[in-house]
Write a protein that binds this ligand. Structure first.
Ligand SMILES: Cc1cc2nc3c(=O)[nH]c(=O)nc-3n(C[C@H](O)[C@H](O)[C@H](O)COP(=O)(O)OP(=O)(O)OC[C@H]3O[C@@H](n4cnc5c(N)ncnc54)[C@H](O)[C@@H]3O)c2cc1C
Length: 654
């Protein structure tokens, strides 16, 4: 996946791409309008007036040129040919744009050069016309929806030129499995056929075009699927087995019980915080669990520190709540400053529940505590120093390993972080992007008088955040105008002095790491017997401290799902779909909140800063919104933040 990977293009290349884009979109729009109108009227109006045999021959040629031309362009040779149709070395990058332009041109030619027979067999009127027109409009809506599910950027050709314009490599995504593609592998062709047959005016011309193009719509995807099998291999073959070819139908279910013996019930790839928690929850209920991690040692530098009250509730299921609380620092208040003034205080003292604070604990300690719990569970095996690069699944089990297949399990869970190899191995599409914000983070021995409070400074020059850590330390995060590459210690101290007026001695700095937040969502959190969890399924900005907490809520949910399938023989597919639906909803809300919070905090300059200060001081920290701030930042208002908040009707878990 090369989401957002940069590439250098000259101004000439960028403007050429823009011109190609404009022409392609103009042709696309024109072809849609002309086709909509022509089909609706049964092609009985035309610009060209040939007669007799010549007209018939010409019309058949027009229909055939579209079908054959379209098929040829999509073949390997056709693709190679299209790369020659853009100058300045842009052939490959602009191939989707060129394809959309050529396909639109073919449609335009078909309808504009059509010689009508000028015979109308049947033209409805009154209520019937209204009904058929409605059906026709609905077919177009279905076509638009299926194109959008497939990826509108590829379908209308904007992927190529926009990537060049933005200085990125085009990101070609694997095949889609969601939306209308859940019920039919070819919804675009199916909707197009529906358009052909729902147009209300019947003429000989309409019958010819509808019949020949229906034939094309049924046969052409066979070639397309052959290509997909070549590109996406087993992942596409599995999709073919599950989802009907053309007519929408029910998805074939995953077998819940398996006959083949496997080494493990569940194999978890990744011993990060999410993988370890999941292993603990499953191992505690007696499932045979394997956890593999490519690292020989757990992570040494800390990422996540903030643990929210719902997460402490989840940890209590492993009996770890007290151990975590003992080790961490309780943050009960977060003081917020703007330009030379205090804006307010986000307090957790009055939030509902037993834990009226955010617990601060470095990720290494979190991992160590979880790992020792996992080690105490007899049915869980943790293997370090092993990278999973191979997965093969059939209806009953998954085999996994590196160069060789080493283990088998009924289920494999990708908890392998945002660059998930497991996700790539199942060819799962992702959506994502960057925010264009940059930060530098460092932990310091703390000699300030900030105590156990968190402090945020939103200044005209950029943000500074400070969070207490155990053992007399404090984490500092500073916003930087550019990504920091290889900077010596000292920059954090300098920016904190400028923006917050506090002196941090450089020799008190323990570590430093830059980060530039991104977001990502996997299109589907499961494929057959492989399931994604934590950052492998969704990535959000670390600002706001929600990534690990969201991953833990995924793990709690997924543990219940797997136990229901394995120990109570509940059908797998509805449970996995509930997991996907609920956890996607939760992670989307968390991702949006993180993005909004980061956006607000990172506005710089006099005007933006004044607007932010006024908004926060007058609206957020005063009036009716004020009482919601604590629960909001403690993630109490994220949907499905623990399994208890999943309504029973969502799926019969308990
Ligand atoms: C600077 C920063 C601060 C953050 N602060 C917070 C916070 O305060 N609160 C919060 O909730 N979240 C925070 N987050 C987010 C949090 O760190 C992540 O959401 C969390 O680590 C995700 O956990 P995970 O287990 O899904 O993935 P990871 O932590 O990325 O773990 C993945 C594991 O998989 C292993 N792995 C990867 N590929 C393979 C393979 N092919 N085979 C075997 N093993 C593999 C890796 O070695 C790794 O151990 C922060 C993130 C950053 C960057």
């Amino acid at each position: 996946m090369n989401e957002g990977s940069t590439a250098h293009y000259t101004p000439a290349q960028r403007y050429t791409a823009l011109a190609y884009g404009l022409v392609s979109h103009a042709l696309f729009l024109a072809s849609v309008v002309v086709m909509f109108w022509s089909l609706y009227n049964g092609l009985h109006m035309s610009l060209v007036h040939l007669h007799g045999g010549t007209a018939v021959l010409m019309d058949v040629l027009l229909v055939v040129q579209f079908a054959v031309g379209h098929t040829l362009l999509l073949s390997d040779r056709g693709r190679k040919f299209m790369t020659r149709l853009a100058p300045l070395g842009l052939g490959a990058a602009l191939s989707t744009t060129v394809f959309a332009a050529l396909a639109s041109l073919q449609l335009l030619v078909t309808f504009l050069l059509w010689s009508s027979s000028e015979t109308v067999w049947w033209m409805p009127s009154g209520g019937l016309k209204l009904l058929l027109s409605g059906l026709y409009a609905l077919s177009w809506i279905l076509l638009a929806k299926s194109m959008s599910d497939a990826g509108l950027d590829t379908q209308i050709g904007s992927l190529g030129w926009r990537a060049v314009w933005r200085g990125e490599r085009p990101n070609y995504k694997p095949f889609t499995r969601t939306g209308m593609f859940r019920h039919s592998r070819q919804p675009i062709y199916a909707s197009f056929t529906l358009i052909l047959w729902s147009a209300p005016v019947w003429t000989p011309d309409h019958l010819v075009i509808a019949s020949l193009w229906t034939l094309y719509c049924v046969l052409a995807p066979v070639l397309k699927e052959k290509r997909y099998l070549r590109w996406y291999g087993a992942a596409f073959a599995r999709y073919q087995r599950r989802v009907p070819y053309w007519f929408p139908g029910p998805v074939r279910s995953i077998k819940s019980t398996t006959l083949k013996p496997t080494d493990y019930d569940v194999a978890i790839v990744g011993a990060g915080p999410v993988g370890l928690l999941l292993a603990g929850l499953l191992g505690q209920r007696g499932l045979r669990v394997l956890v593999v991690d490519k690292r020989t040692e757990p992570l040494i530098h800390s990422q996540a520190i903030g643990i929210t009250p719902p997460s402490l509730e989840i940890l209590s299921k492993l009996g770890l709540e007290e151990e975590f609380v003992q080790q961490g620092v309780k943050i009960r208040d977060c003081q917020v400053f703007g330009h030379e003034q205090k804006l307010g205080c986000a307090s957790f003292r009055d939030i509902p529940g037993a834990h009226r604070y955010i617990l601060s604990l470095p990720q290494q300690k979190t991992l160590a505590t979880l790992e020792s719990k996992v080690a105490s569970l007899p049915t869980v095996t943790l293997l370090r120093g092993m990278e999973i690069t191979r997965l093969e699944q059939d209806a009953e089990m998954v085999s996994l390993g590196g160069e060789k297949i080493l283990f088998t399990a009924r289920w494999v869970i990708g908890c392998d972080g945002h660059k998930s190899r497991v996700r790539d191995l199942i060819q799962m599409r992702t959506r994502g992007g960057q925010y264009g914000c940059h930060f530098l983070m460092g932990d310091f021995e703390d000699h300030t008088s900030l105590g156990h409070e968190a402090h945020l400074w939103f200044t005209r020059e950029g943000a500074v955040e400070a969070f207490p850590l155990p053992d007399g330390r404090r984490r500092w995060i500073v916003q930087t105008p550019q990504p920091v590459i290889g900077s010596d210690h000292g920059l954090i101290s300098e920016l904190v002095r400028q923006r917050a007026g506090l002196d941090l001695a450089v020799h008190d700095q323990l570590n430093q790491s830059p980060f530039s937040p991104r977001w990502l969502q996997a299109e589907q959190y499961h494929d057959g017997r492989v399931i994604l969890c934590g950052d492998a399924a969704h990535l959000m900005s670390p600002i706001g401290g929600q990534g690990m907490n969201t991953g833990w809520a995924d793990a709690e949910f997924l543990a219940e799902v797997l136990i229901a399938i394995e120990q109570r023989d509940q059908p797998a597919l509805p449970l996995l779909e509930a997991y996907d639906r609920c956890r996607r909803c939760a992670s989307t809300v968390a991702t949006q909140r993180a993005a909004r919070g980061m956006w607000l905090g990172t506005r710089t300059g006099v005007v933006s800063s004044w607007l932010r200060d006024t908004f926060m001081r007058e609206c957020l920290f005063k009036g009716p919104l004020a009482k919601h701030i604590g629960p909001y930042f403690a993630m109490l208002t994220i949907p499905y933040n623990t399994i208890k908040s999943v309504p029973e009707k969502v799926f019969a878990l308990r």
